[in-house]
Design a protein around this ligand. Structure first.
Ligand code: ADP
Length: 333
């Protein structure tokens, strides 16, 4: 159901790769984080040491993978990519860590989904560039220390709250990525349109920018759907093509997709506006609670349709209005 959020095919992956900014200067928005990274990388460069470990936190599609690649690129270091779900045993991590070349940047996406045993190995690796490898079982088991090449870990997570404190503390810097505003998204789209050699006017770009959930990945995907539409219909890529393509792909005026709407409608109609607990909500829409919490909710909260209260999620007055429904009791503003 997450139509826009996970790269679904090799073509999508290639497309994203082609649009990825290669340097901090090309990276649009997130000016605070950009400045912070710039300083960190520059200082490390001046002292000729590996940059501190970096944690990138935020919803999917805001540029975490892109920033990891930029860190490697800007500091002229090779990059190794891995992910939490691929590290299910300490041994998986040991294999990666022991094969790093000096100064390499190791990117672990979805680092909160790594196995617990690997997490513990990572503490020592991050701090001392060393791991202990367990050999044998039972009474005869011994641990063999192994020195590692110095490396920079770049971790990405949609759920920084799920990381154990000892792990979070070992990052020299945590960047919290925010949703992009419309002006920034227009820049993202303008750049992508130029790379795609797509002739599209400002009004059309602004419309896409306002309907992509504050997320560059979605902006780029919508742009591609508009391009497809213009190609197939033999029309120009103007505002009419944008409206038609967005309607075809179920993106509404606020940029809500099907899952966003399913969540809101469940809160509004099945639970009379709430409060409703996260797990109940997730079961009702047939999704994992992690997805609802880290992908769907942050945007709904950000645009003021949903609030989180200690008793559960509650629809706001704006939500009732957007869905054209009348609440039985006065909802929160
Ligand atoms: P994440 O790792 O956070 O899920 P990615 O780094 O994979 O997100 O970014 C998704 C897509 O959005 C990429 O194709 C990239 O080109 C684009 N993108 C993300 N952030 C920016 C940005 N600041 N400027 C331009 N394009 C961006």
């Amino acid at each position: 159901p997450l139509v826009w959020l996970a790269p679904e095919s090799e073509a999508e992956v290639a497309f994203e790769g082609a649009l990825r900014p290669k340097s901090l200067a090309e990276f649009v928005g997130q000016s605070k984080v950009r400045g912070q990274l710039q300083l960190l990388l520059q200082a490390a460069g001046m002292q000729n040491r590996t940059p501190d470990h970096i944690l990138l936190a935020g919803p999917p599609g805001l540029g975490k993978t892109t920033l990891a690649m930029i860190v490697a690129h800007e500091s002229n270091r090779p990059l190794r990519m891995s992910s939490g779900p691929a590290i299910q045993h300490a041994g998986d991590l040991a294999a990666v860590l022991s094969s790093l070349v000096p100064g390499e940047v190791l990117f672990i996406d979805e680092i909160h989904r790594m196995a617990r045993s690997a997490e513990e190995m990572l503490y020592l690796a991050m701090e001392d560039f060393r791991i202990d490898i367990m050999v044998g079982k039972g009474a005869g088991a011994t641990s063999i220390p192994l020195d590692l090449a110095p490396f920079t870990l770049v971790g990405a997570t949609t759920r920084s709250g799920l990381l154990p404190n000892p792990l979070r503390d070992r990052f020299g810097f945590t960047a919290h990525l925010e949703f992009y505003d419309t002006a920034e998204l227009e820049l993202v789209l303008e750049r992508a349109a130029a790379l795609l050699e797509l002739d599209i006017d400002r009004v059309a770009l602004a419309e896409i920018a306002g309907r992509c959930r504050g997320t560059p990945r979605i902006a780029n995907r919508l742009l591609r759907r508009v391009r497809d539409y213009a190609l197939v219909k033999g029309s120009g890529a103007g505002i009419d093509a944008v409206h038609a393509a967005l309607e075809l792909y179920d993106v509404d005026e606020l940029g809500l997709d099907r899952l966003d709407r399913a969540v809101m409608q469940t809160v509004l109609t099945r639970f009379d506006g709430g409060p409703v607990g996260l797990n109940t909500l997730a079961v009702s829409v047939g999704e994992e609670s992690e997805t609802v919490e880290s992908v769907v909710e942050p945007f709904l909260v950000r645009i003021g349709l949903l609030t989180r209260t200690p008793r559960g999620r509650v629809a706001t007055r704006a939500a009732w209005k957007h869905f054209g429904l009348t609440p039985a009791v006065e909802p929160p503003p």
